[in-house]
Design a protein around this ligand. Sequence first.
Ligand code: AMP
Length: 281
Amino acid sequence: MKIFHQPKELQEYALNCKRSGKRIALVPTMGFLHAGHASLIDIARERGDEVIVSIFVNPTQFAPTEDLDKYPRDFENDCKLCEAHGATAVFAPQPEDMYASDRSIWVDETVLSKVLCGKSRPIHFRGVLTVVSKLFNLTLPDVAVFGKKDAQQAIIIKRMVRDLDFPVEIVLGDLIRDTDNVAMSSRNRYLTEDERVRARSISQSVFAAEAKLKSEGVKAVSEVIDDAVKRISNAGGVVDYVEVRDADNLEEPTSNSKELLFAVAAVFGTTRLIDNCFVKL
Ligand code: AMP
């Protein structure tokens, strides 16, 4: 497995792969990899000859008040996991090699990024779309794999690919949970033992909502939201949002909605956690 730190060296490698007719699959990550990331690498392995995993804690998607500096890192272990799952290259750049100090171009989205996580993280998706665009230009992927764990991110990236004509197929991997059903996340590392137990209320509310929305559809929306807010608040969590949206356009669901997204963000201690489910109607 090759390891690249310099963007231009990676791009040269990707160009050579393409010239020799290889299919490239990209898995963008921020590292501190777990089984959720591994499942995306497995999907990429099936779809590409070359599997490039990027490991980059992207500063432009963090607000100054957020956890950029304390975001967990373990490069050695990440490389082991990548290699074990068949990645052919890891790309781990330094921020100063990714961003010129006088950079002035952003990729932004103006509708889907205003709701859900976009409300409390107003610059987040601009940072994500800018770095993902750069990663697409550096790795020239035929396919890029993202997790449904970050449902809004996945939907916005699909929109970017559509609206800006990136020649990249976006594939989504299922949300992977730990044995206690808490959605796997690098940020789970921040939780105390007690917070971790209480954070189970999030996945419990997701499962309850999923069952109810499956059987009753859009008319159950306010009931499942109330139920989730109660469960999470009773467990000591501070709810950022609990919402049900049309999974196609993130608008309020209607009787014409074909798929719903039930999405939760809540804070336990100092840790903001997200979870969700998609429900086909
Ligand atoms: P991150 O390193 O948190 O930025 O995540 C990198 C990619 O892994 C994103 O596409 C995430 O949606 C995905 N991912 C993170 N956690 C999970 C999970 N528990 N299950 C599936 N995909 C995940």
